[in-house]
Design a binder for this molecule. Structure first.
Ligand code: ATP
Length: 506
C-alpha cells in the first residue's frame, strides 16, 4: 500500500508531531510493521497504550451496560454473510469520491479538498463563503453529481498540495470496504467483507438478543470491536486508520419516540467525554449537512484536536432502515410485539419494526483526544538566587481512572530494607491496581519517567517508612507530597482511580 498523500505541514501540526513522538517513545502507539517502513494508516498499541485504551473501552462498556439496566452487550464476528452489506447499503453506497492529480499522481478525497477550501475561507474571515461552499458540496454529493464536484474543484481553483497544479482526473466513487475470498473451494463465491462498522452485527442479532435476554423496548445493545475501511486519505496519526476499533450502541425504541431518545443520548454521550477529562470548551456538536442513506438526524461530537475540531463520535437517528432492510433481504421478520397500552387507542402498540438511535465512538479517536488533552508542558523554576534554574516538565495529565499505571513505588535507596518494604506494598496492592516498582536512578528522574506516562501517584519508601510505616505520596499534577500511613494507600489511591469518579458525573 502506498504512503498516504498529505498536505504540507502547518504550525498547528507541530503539537500533533510532539504527541506522535511521545506516543512512540513511551510505549503508547507504534507504526505497524515499522521495521519494514510501516503500513500506511495501521498502528499498534504498546505496553502503556494498551492499558490506556483498555481503560477507555472498559469505562465505555461499563457506562453503557452496567449503568443502564436496559443495555446489554454482544461480541459479533468480523466476518458476516455478504448479503448483510447489501442490505445495509454498504455495497452500493459506502463510497468516497476520489480524484487524482495527473502531475503528482497523488490521490485525494474530492470532498475533503473542497472542505479544506471552505475551512480556508472560514479562517480568512469569510465564514459565509465557506458555509455556502460546504452546502453546495453537500447538494452535489446527495445528488451523486460527480462531474459537478469536479467542476466545483476547478471553479474554486483548488490545486494539488504536492504539484501545485489543477490538472485533475474525473471524480469517481471508491468503495471503502476491504474484501477477501471466503471460500477455498468456490472461486465464484462472493467476497467476504471485513466489516466497515460494528453496527450490523448488532442489527442481525436484534431478535436473538431481545428474546434470549428478554429485553423490553426501549433497550440497547452495545458492542466493542474492530472495523476496517480502506480510507483514501489516511493521515493525522490514529485519527483515520484502515483498521480501527468502534464502540457502538444501538438503542431500539418505539417509532415516534426516537426524537426524545436522540436528545437523551446526545446529552449523555457528551457528558461521558467531559467526565473522562475532555473539557467542555473543547467539545462541540456538529449537525450533519449531508445525511447518510440511513439517517433521519445525525450529529457529531467533535473535539478540538491540534489540527482543529474533528469528529470523535456520531449519534444517529437511523429510523427502522437497517432492520427493515434485513427483514426484506433475509425474509425473516424483524418485529417486536409491544404489549404496552397505547393511550390513544386503549390497545397494545402491537407489532412493529423498532426505530434505532445509535451512538458510535471510535476507541482510537477517543484515545487520541485523551492523549492530546493530557499532553502538558510546563515551565518549572527550581532553586533560589543564582542557583535558580528553569526547566520544562512534560507530563500526561490523564484522568487517574484511565492512566496506564496507577502508582509507582520507589525505594529511596536500594538498601536498608527499603526494596523489601516496596515489594511488600506492591504485593499488598497488586490485586487492586496496576503498579510498578522503580529503583533505578535518582528520585527526580524516576518522577519524570512516571510523569511522562501519566502515573498519578508515586509512593516513596524512605528511612522513616521503616520506623513508622508511613510513605510519601507525590501527586503528578501538583508535584506536592503527602505523608500517609501505608494502611491508607488502598483507599486513598482507590478513590482517585475508581471508575466511580467518572460515573458520578454521568
Ligand atoms: P469520518 O467522517 O471522520 O470518516 P464517519 O462519519 O465515517 O467518520 P462513522 O461511520 O460515524 O464515522 O463512525 C463512527 C466513529 O468511528 C467515528 O466517530 C470515529 O470515531 C470512528 N471512525 C470512523 N472511521 C474511522 C477511521 N478510519 N479511523 C479511526 N476511527 C474511525
Amino acid at each position: 500500500m502506498s504512503k498516504p498523500a498529505s498536505t504540507s505541514p502547518t504550525a498547528e501540526n507541530t503539537q500533533l508531531k510532539d504527541i506522535v513522538a511521545h506516543a512512540k517513545e513511551y510505549g503508547f502507539v507504534f507504526q505497524s510493521s515499522e521495521i519494514y517502513d510501516g503500513l500506511a494508516a495501521v498502528y499498534d498499541y504498546g505496553p502503556n497504550g494498551v492499558e490506556l485504551k483498555n481503560n477507555l473501552k472498559r469505562l465505555w462498556w461499563e457506562a453503557m451496560t452496567q449503568l443502564h439496566g436496559n443495555v446489554v452487550g454482544i461480541d459479533a464476528a468480523i466476518f458476516m454473510e455478504p448479503r448483510t452489506w447489501e442490505a445495509s447499503g454498504h455495497v452500493a453506497g459506502f463510497n468516497d469520491p476520489l480524484i487524482d492529480n495527473l502531475d503528482s499522481k497523488k490521490r485525494y478525497r474530492a470532498d475533503v479538498l473542497v472542505e479544506e477550501k471552505a475551512a480556508e475561507y472560514e479562517k480568512a474571515g469569510d465564514p459565509a463563503r465557506g458555509a455556502a461552499l460546504t452546502a453546495e458540496l453537500g447538494r452535489l454529493l446527495t445528488e451523486n453529481d460527480l462531474a459537478g464536484v469536479k467542476q466545483l474543484i476547478i471553479d474554486e481553483k483548488i490545486t494539488c498540495p504536492i504539484s501545485g497544479t489543477a490538472k485533475w482526473t474525473d471524480v469517481r466513487q471508491f468503495n471503502l470496504m476491504f474484501s477477501t475470498q471466503g471460500s477455498a473451494v468456490d472461486s465464484e463465491a462472493p467476497p467476504v467483507y471485513l466489516r466497515p462498522e460494528t453496527a450490523q452485527g448488532i442489527f442481525v442479532n436484534f431478535l436473538n438478543v431481545q428474546k434470549s435476554a428478554r429485553m423490553k423496548i426501549p433497550f440497547g445493545i452495545a458492542q466493542i470491536g474492530k472495523a476496517f475501511r480502506n480510507e483514501i486519505v489516511a493521515r493525522q496519526f490514529i485519527f483515520r486508520m484502515r483498521e480501527f476499533e468502534q464502540m457502538e450502541m444501538q438503542f431500539f425504541v418505539r417509532p415516534g419516540t426516537e426524537g426524545e431518545w436522540y436528545d437523551t443520548w446526545k446529552a449523555a454521550r457528551r457528558r461521558f467525554h467531559e467526565a473522562i477529562g475532555l473539557p467542555a470548551e473543547k467539545l462541540r456538536f456538529h449537525d450533519h449537512d449531508k445525511l447518510a442513506h440511513y439517517a433521519k438526524a445525525a450529529v457529531d461530537i467533535e473535539y478540538e484536536f491540534p489540527f482543529g475540531f474533528k469528529e470523535i463520535e456520531g449519534i444517529h437517528s437511523r429510523s427502522d432502515f437497517d432492520l427493515t432492510q434485513h427483514q426484506n433481504l433475509s425474509r425473516k421478520k424483524q418485529q417486536y410485539f409491544d404489549n404496552d397500552i397505547d393511550p390513544a387507542t386503549g390497545k397494545p402498540y402491537g407489532n412493529y419494526v423498532p426505530y434505532v438511535v445509535e451512538t458510535s465512538v471510535g476507541a482510537d479517536r477517543l484515545f487520541l483526544a485523551t492523549m492530546c488533552q493530557a499532553f502538558q508542558e510546563e515551565t518549572i523554576t527550581e532553586g533560589e538566587g543564582e542557583a535558580q534554574t528553569t526547566k520544562t516538565r512534560t507530563f500526561l495529565k490523564l484522568h487517574p481512572a484511565v492512566a496506564p499505571i496507577k502508582a509507582a513505588i520507589f525505594p529511596l535507596v536500594r538498601k536498608d530494607g527499603m526494596p523489601e518494604k516496596a515489594q511488600q506494598i506492591f504485593d499488598d496492592l497488586r490485586f487492586d491496581f496496576r503498579l510498578v516498582i522503580e529503583d533505578k536512578d535518582a528520585i527526580g528522574k524516576r518522577y519524570t519517567r512516571q510523569d511522562l506516562i501519566g502515573t498519578p501517584f508515586c509512593i516513596v519508601v524512605d528511612g522513616q517508612t521503616l520506623e513508622d510505616d508511613t510513605v510519601t505520596v507525590r501527586h503528578r499534577d501538583t508535584r506536592e507530597q503527602t505523608r500517609m500511613p501505608i494502611s491508607e494507600l488502598r483507599s486513598y489511591i482507590g478513590e482517585a482511580v475508581s471508575f466511580k469518579t467518572v460515573f458520578a458525573k454521568l
